[in-house]
Design a protein around this ligand. Structure first.
Ligand code: KIV
Length: 298
């Protein structure tokens, strides 16, 4: 469907896709990437806290603040995508209390222009999830490898590999689905765990490193498009383009054209009207000034 005909995606519309057409989700952190994502028919744009690693050069997601997340969310929503824009609540923006969670989730909506928020965690975060939902803000859940728990997990490790851990995760999925999240991201989990969650919970699951059985898939924009220039790429990523290589090649051609004088061309240059140019050349010509001075003195 052409861009102009697509209706804006909403959280209830995402929820209604359970068992239907697979959901397509990607991260975006600014207006151009949001426009590209939207042109490709993305259902959900996540302004992920992966912004920290992917764009801002930090080594984990813990360093990104609420103000920075809002700044980037607003850039994404200024592109007016038809996709549902979800703001990713950064570490410590919802961990200390339900009041803080509501206040910060509200900033994503009011200042960032997002239509929903994502937060990591299961039953441990249930009071915060319920409070945010109670404030009429749709919540996207996130279970499994939750990058904000990197220090307690002891690294970025696949979660739910053992039956008891997997069972706990399934219970978490039930709890947050019962609370009313409109979908759940499952990151870095064995495919069988994602399959069971997907079969059991009434809301869509969106996988990242969670196998084929989810109701949708999400990847980081820079990973899918190869814009991540030198960044670590996990096993679950499939790179569909090499935009970083394309960008280097484009810049190399640009610099070669500068050296050869092929850039800028006539068509890439502004000109003044011929009469003005003539006057200007006289005004700027030192020999003309000398003649004028001599005429004055004489
Ligand atoms: O921040 C992020 O990019 C994410 C997704 C990859 C799910 O949380």
């Amino acid at each position: 469907m052409a861009d102009g005909q697509r209706r804006p995606m909403t959280a209830p519309a995402v929820r209604a896709r359970k068992g239907g057409a697979k959901l397509k989700m990607v991260t975006a952190y600014d207006a151009p990437t949001a426009r590209i994502a939207d042109r490709a028919g993305t259902d959900i744009i996540l302004v992920g806290d992966s912004l920290a690693n992917v764009v801002l050069g930090y080594n984990d997601t813990l360093k990104v603040s609420m103000d920075v997340m809002i700044h980037h969310t607003a850039a994404v929503t200024r592109a007016e995508p038809k996709a549902l824009v979800v703001g990713d609540m950064p570490w410590l923006s919802y961990h200390t209390s339900s009041d803080e969670a509501v206040k910060n989730a509200g900033r994503f909506i009011r200042e960032g222009g997002a239509s929903a928020v994502k937060l990591e965690g299961g039953r441990k975060r249930l009071p915060m999830i319920e409070a945010v939902l109670d404030a009429e803000i749709p919540v996207l859940g996130h279970l499994g490898l939750t990058p904000q728990s990197v220090n307690t997990m002891g690294g970025y490790k696949v979660q739910g590999k053992h039956a008891q851990d997997a069972y706990e995760m399934i219970s978490d999925a039930h709890a947050i689905a019962d609370a009313g999240v409109f979908a759940i991201v499952l990151e870095g989990v064995p495919d069988v765990v994602a399959e069971i969650v997907t079969n059991e919970v009434p809301v869509p699951t969106i996988g990242i490193g969670a196998g084929i059985h989810c109701d949708g898939q999400v990847l980081v924009f820079h990973d899918v498009t190869g814009l991540g220039a030198g960044a670590y790429v996990p096993k679950f990523v499939r790179k569909y383009a090499n935009l970083a290589d394309d960008a280097v090649a484009a810049l190399e051609r640009f610099y070669a054209d500068i050296d050869s004088g092929a850039f800028p061309s006539e068509g890439e240059t502004y000109h003044m009207p011929a009469e003005s140019e003539e006057i200007l050349r006289h005004l700027a010509d030192p020999s003309d000034h000398l003649m004028a001075d001599e005429a004055m003195e004489g």
